[in-house]
Structures are given as C-alpha cells and as structure tokens.
Design a protein around this ligand. Structure first.
Ligand code: F6R
Length: 609
C-alpha cells in the first residue's frame, strides 16, 4: 500500500518520479505528490486522486535532478491534498509507506516543542519527530527517531540543507534500490526499477541508504558500512506494460497459460517418469515427511488458492491441513510445534498479515515454506523454504495469473510429496503431471469463449446481488469467483457451499437473481445438479459451469447459460473454470464503466494491517 519512489541523478527528476508513480499506482491511488530539490529549495506539489492529476499540476519549468514521489492509499486522515504526501516540518520533507502506531502519543510530545501538525496523518508526525532531532546530522536524527517509532514504515527523507541527497530507512514496509548510469533510484517495489537496471537490492530493515547522483551508500544506524546483497531482475519492461490490452487485468488473464508454464517447467524434470523436482528450489522431501500437520496462512485470493491446496493435500497426502486467514491466525495463539509445516502464500511477498503469520510460525518452532511471486520479497527472504511462482509482474489490483500460478505450485508440491510419502505410484504421479501440463491449453480454450462471456456479463451488469455455488474444489473456487466479482464490479456477491444454501441463504434467491453454479466435480455432480434445480425452482438466473464430458447429463432448461470447460481429470478443473470466473468479473466491471485495474478503496500489496 502506498507507492514511494526517490531519484537522484542526471535525468529530469519530475519525469522519473511521474513514470515511477504511474508504475506504482496500483499500490494506492487516493492522492499523489512529489518534492524536488530546485535552485530555490525544496518544492512540493500534491494533488488528490490519480497520478494523472498530479502530472497536470506540475509546472514544466520545475527543474531538478533529485526528488521523492508518493502515491497514497489513505490510512490515517481522509483523502485530501493536505493529507497527501510529501509532508514537511522544518528542514525535513518525507514520504512514507506504513502506519506509525504511536503517532498520537508522539504528537502530544511534539506539541510541547511548538510543532503542530497541519494534516491528520501519522506521516507528518514522523516528519516532525525527525526534524526535532535534526541538528545537521541526518543519521543521528534518523536513529533517534526510529527508536521512538512504533509500527511499520518505509521512509524517503530530504533534508533541506543537504541538497540532492535522499535518506531511506524501513521497518516492515518494503524498499528496493538500484544504481545506473542515469542515477540512483529507490522504490517500494521492483516494477519501478525495471527501466533503469537489471540488478537491485532490498534495503535491510533498520539500515540507512543514502542516495546521491552517483552513489548509494548503506550503513547501519551507527554509520558502519553495509554491503547490500544484489539480486537480479528477471522481468523486463514489457512484462509490466499493457501490450495492446485495454487493461492489465485482461492482459494478465491472457498471460495465464504462459505464467503456468513458467511455474511448472522448471520443476518438471523428465526422468523415467514425470515427477516434480524441487532440487533447484532447495525444498527437501523431508519437509513433508516430517510434517504431522500443515497450516496454510494467507490473505484474500492467495488464501483462496490455499483452500484448493488443502483439499488436494488432504486427499493425496492424508495429512490434516487447515487454511487460516493470516490476519486472524497471527493473533490466535495457534497450536504449532516442530512437526507443523506452515505454508504462506503471497503474490507480493509483502502482505503485512501474512508476514506476521510467518514470523509467528517461526517463533513457535514450525517449519515454513512460502509460495511467493516477487523475488527477494520479505516473506520469501524470511521463510525457511521458498517456491517462487514465476508468474511475472502482476499489476492489476485483482489477482488472476498469480492465483492460478499459486494453484500450480500447490499441485506440484502435492504430487511430489504424495509420491515421496508413498501415496502415489510412479504411474499415477506421471499421469497427474501430464494433466497438469495440459491445463494451460485448456485455459486457452476457455479464453476463446470471450465473446460469450461478454454477452453474459452485459446481462449481469444491473445485478445487485450474485451467488456462486459449488461443492468440494468448486466451492473453494467459488470463493475466488466471488471476491473477483465484488472487488472490481462492486456487485455484492457471496460464495456458498451448494449444500448449505437451504440452511438460510435460499431465502435470498428470488426471480432473476444470478447464481453461478460450478459443477465440475464428478463425485458430487448429481448433488450439485439437485442444488441447481433448487435455485432454478426459485427463479434464479443460473449460469452453469460443467466439464465437456458432462454435457449429456444436463437437462434442457436447467440453466440460462451453460459454460463448458474441456474434458479431463476433475482435479484440474479449477484452472479452466477460474478463467470463466475471471472473465465474468472483468467484463461485468467493464460494462459497468468502472476502473477495472484500480478498484475503489483497494490497493495491491497490503503492507499495513
Ligand atoms: C484479490 C487480491 C487480494 C490479494 C491479497 C493478498 O484479487 O489480489 O485479495 O490476494 O491482498 O495479497 P498477496 O498475495 O500479495 O499476499
């Protein structure tokens, strides 16, 4: 949440900052602002709304080679220009991503020194605090301030008497930096660095980076030099652009077959039979062989991937698995020990609650494995083992390709460990692997049904409520279909276990209410069809999703729209069925005239609680 960027170098700082903010805008879009060193001192410009509004306000004559920029997702204080970053106090101007939890107490203390805030933000209090300690020595002021700050933060700080230098520090919230011939850049995430370098580093917590035009120096809080660990950037600029698609979300939906290939191929080693191989990931068989219990902790869509993972693991590994919402898990005093394996799932690898769940699991002695997309992210770095999904940058706030790549990661893990635990034979694992390798092609077939989905979505556009129903894997997928639809179309939707409807929710099913019924699982197919008939009898507009091989079993008139996924083993149906649900959400949002990629009140990479 909140995108931050700083640049010091030989390009026009305002251009670099604006480009960077546009690339980071998915992290927050309530307001944006920049502050640059100019010949007349630090100039700050802020605007409510998107980065484009800020761009319209920037004077063409603003000349600078060093500045900081911020795109905000409001936490403390409403959406207003006054609350937009950068914030200044005395000699200090800064931008912040995170939440200062003790800002109220600090504000009271600072008031006694005559410093009164003009905004309602916690960030301005941090600027006041650093300024209160500043006597010309930036490091010393930062060190003193940090000892008083509670919460999470990534700061980029300008001191008005230290022209063309940016100081950065972080705790919890991410900051990455790189250096090129054009200058030095620091940002909340690597996407904003892609155009400048193929190498970057993650600023370690509680260490200070100082950017000047030609160097980045990193020290600890006592000024001792630290050599940052350099990481390679494997994504290129085009991966983070729309490439002819109207929205990032649509592009990312289409990228799924390729993203899955990138998740699966590196682990698909052909020997005498097909068996997932995690040698290069460094994940030993022992991890699962030693586990007596598995807990999956994550948030939102990543948690929904975990719901599928749980069904697969319980089915094939015969181990007890629970799926926990990370924000609940972290405060629940969970029962964990050295025989517990906690799997954290996160696209960004920075979600604050998932990170806290990871830290708690480690504290309690559990083994940790993370399934992460962004290389070098906090969750990846702090886990005992990491399985990268390699889905490429996901820019749309609504997660699509990261979700199906997370599913693929679960299938790979389950197949490998079911084999090493002796639960699957060589032949069985090989045949499942072939099915897994085929899902990309199945998803492509569903993508060809785009026009049907467009028409269907037009019909869904006026709905106020919508229900997704399913059983088993379909129920887990229904949860994902529902979050996708509500987050970008703003239509209220709920996912229900189909058998649970008659215990309350059926009262909401009246004439014309859309119900998306997933019926891809053979073992519960007849039950599912009975549930479809129940909602149909109450006048629901039913969209039924089944496998090609179930066509014959579908009676005339049972649904208003019948969507078909390619035939194959039921266990792999969630991949292609997910594409239908993503397309329905996408086109419904589009026909409602909404901002598909940046839905209201949301942001990607939730680095605050
Ligand atoms: C929904 C969505 C969110 C994220 C959630 C976790 O489309 O994207 O629900 O899945 O915020 O984010 P990560 O995976 O980055 O931990």
């Amino acid at each position: 949440m909140c995108g931050i960027i700083g640049f010091c170098g030989y390009l026009d700082a305002k251009d670099v900052l604006l480009k960077g903010l546009a690339e980071l805008e998915y992290r927050g879009y309530d307001s944006a602002g920049i502050a640059c060193f100019t010949k007349d001192g630090i100039k700050t410009i802020r605007a409510v709304g998107k980065v484009a509004n800020l761009a319209n306000r920037l004077p063409a004559e603003l000349e600078s080679g060093c500045g900081i920029g911020h795109t905000r997702w409001a936490t403390h204080g409403g959406v207003s220009e006054q609350n937009a970053h950068p914030h200044s106090c005395g000699k200090v101007t800064l931008i912040h991503n995170g939440i200062i939890e003790n800002y109220h107490e600090l504000a009271k203390e600072l008031e006694e020194t005559g410093r009164l805030p003009v905004s309602q933000t916690d960030t301005e209090i941090a600027a006041m605090l650093i300024d209160s300690f500043y006597e010309g020595d930036a490091l010393s002021a930062i060190k003193k301030a940090v000892s008083r700050l509670e919460g999470a933060y990534a700061f980029c700080i300008l001191f008005s008497d230290q022209k063309d230098a940016i100081y950065c520090i972080r705790k919890g919230s991410p900051l990455v930096a790189c250096q090129s011939e054009e200058g030095c850049v620091v940002a909340s995430d690597m996407v904003a660095l892609l155009r400048y370098s193929k190498e970057y580093f993650v600023l370690p917590e509680f260490q200070v980076a100082k950017l000047t035009k030609h160097s980045i120096t990193v020290t600890d809080l006592d000024g001792e030099p630290v050599a940052p660990v350099m990481l390679g950037i494997h994504w290129d600029m085009s991966a983070a652009q729309k490439n002819g698609f109207k929205h990032y979300m649509l592009k990312e939906i289409h990228e799924q077959p390729e993203a899955l290939r990138r998740t699966i191929a590196p682990r698909m080693k052909k020997g005498e039979f097909l068996l997932p191989d995690f040698t290069e990931d460094g994940i030993p068989d022992k991890l699962f062989l030693d586990a007596k219990r598995i807990v999956i902790a994550a948030c939102g869509t990543a948690m929904h991937a975990g719901l599928i993972g749980k069904i697969l693991m319980e089915r094939l590994l015969r181990l007890p698995v629970s799926v926990e919402i990370a924000s609940e898990f972290r405060y629940a005093d969970p029962i964990l020990d050295e025989h517990s394996l906690v799997i954290l799932v996160s696209q960004s690898g920075e979600t604050a609650d998932t990170l806290a769940a990871l830290r708690l699991a480690k504290e309690k002695g559990a083994k940790t494995l993370s399934v992460v997309n962004v290389k070098g992210s906090s969750i990846a770095r702090e886990s005992d083992y990491v399985l990268y999904t390699h889905a490429g940058p996901e820019i749309a706030v609504a997660s699509t390709k990261a979700y199906t790549a997370q599913l693929a990661a679960f299938y790979l893990l389950v197949l490998r460990f079911a084999y090493s635990m002796g639960k699957l034979s060589e032949q069985e694992v090989s045949s499942y692997m072939e099915e897994l390798a085929a899902v990309g092609g199945h998803m492509e077939q569903v993508l060809e049904q785009k026009d049907t989905i467009k028409e269907l979505s037009k019909r869904l556009t006026p709905s106020h409520d919508l229900f997704f129903i399913g059983r088993s894997l379909d129920y887990a997928l229904a949860a994902e279909g529902s979050i996708k639809l509500k987050e970008i179309s703003y239509i209220h939707s709920e996912a229900y276990a189909a058998g649970e409807l008659k215990h309350g929710t059926l009262s909401l099913i009246t004439g014309g209410v859309p119900v998306i019924a997933l019926a891809t699982q053979e073992d519960v197919f007849p039950k599912m069809i009975s549930n479809v008939k129940e909602v149909r009898a109450r006048g629901a507009m039913v969209v039924l999703i089944t496998k090609e091989d179930n066509n014959a079993a579908i009676e005339q008139g049972i649904c208003s729209e019948h969507l078909i996924i390619p035939a194959g083993n039921d266990m792999f149906a969630p991949f292609s069925a997910a594409v239908y649900l993503q397309l329905i959400a996408y086109y419904t949002s589009m026909y409602r005239g909404l901002d598909v990629d940046q839905p209201r009140n949301l942001a990607k990479s939730v680095t605050v609680e």
